[in-house]
Design a protein around this ligand. Structure first.
Ligand code: SF4
Length: 263
């Protein structure tokens, strides 16, 4: 896989997948080195969450070969994004799945990488799902259960179907009613990436050009996140809970003490 001088993978049509396992490891090592150097300048606790949108089209083997931002990111490249986010302090990874879990090949590999290599907690946000299928639960059970949470949307005022499914803790993905001012920890402690690798301030403003802050392969995440021109918070007019906040780790973790007291 080709990388630029900052260690970022770049699109290529040179059959990068032929590099195989050792090529991938070499690239990760190089990127980790670059990221670790940058991370030294980052204050501990600045970044806590990595929140990514993924879909079935993207979670495949191989590497992104087309123009960045136009196609979803394949599995291997998500691993290097996780490496970089972890080097900046992220200890939470939330994957918001646009498709059913059993259609998203690659999710398991990504979660396992985050848990085993970086000791991260993983939240799987099953968009549009109120109760996972048996085969989906079986997949989840292969992960480190202590470090795995299921985030599920609940109709307003309702509790999730269970607090736990086969040993996997269930959290409400939308703990605050729509329309209120989000009681989140803010977007500044989070890295938000959509399935095509486009970075936005947070999920609430995903797709809004004014809040697009770059692409994960443009330059080091730290450079993007510390750019004074990068919007790291949402303007008051837009700052209201909506479906874009569903699954947001900055919001969900704020409500955790209340969720733990759920009957
Ligand atoms: S998505 Fe919503 S809850 Fe999360 S940081 Fe943005 S405004 Fe706050």
């Amino acid at each position: 896989m080709a990388v630029n001088k900052k260690g970022k993978p770049v699109p290529t049509n040179s059959n990068a997948s032929k590099d195989g396992y050792f090529g991938v490891v070499k690239t990760f090592k190089h990127k980790l080195h670059v990221c670790c150097r940058d991370a030294e300048q980052f204050r501990k606790g600045d970044i806590v969450f990595l929140w990514v949108y993924v879909d079935a089209k993207g979670l495949k083997q191989g590497f992104m070969e087309k123009e960045r931002g136009s196609v979803p990111i394949p599995t291997q490249q998500w691993l290097s994004i996780i490496d970089e986010a972890a080097s900046l302090g992220a200890n939470w990874l939330v994957l918001s799945l646009r498709d059913a879990l059993n259609k998203c090949a690659g999710v398991y590999e990504i979660c396992q990488w985050a848990q085993r290599v970086h000791g991260m907690n993983v939240g799987l946000h099953l968009k549009g799902c109120t109760c996972p299928e048996k085969d989906e639960v079986a997949l989840l059970r292969k992960l480190d259960r202590k470090k795995t949470k299921l985030l599920m949307h609940c109709p307003p005022g309702k509790m999730p179907v269970a607090k736990e499914i086969d040993g996997i803790t269930v959290w409400i993905a939308n703990p605050q009613p729509d329309g209120e001012k989000p009681k989140c920890q803010g977007a500044a402690r989070m890295i938000f990436v959509n399935e095509k690798g486009i970075l936005y301030t947070c999920g609430l403003v995903e797709g809004k050009e004014d809040y697009r802050i770059g692409h994960v392969f443009d330059e080091c995440l730290k450079t993007v996140l510390t750019n004074p021109k990068t919007p790291r918070k949402v303007c008051d007019d837009l700052h209201k809970v909506s479906s874009g906040c569903d699954g947001c780790p900055s919001l969900v973790t704020t409500f955790l003490p209340r969720m733990r007291r759920m009957p």
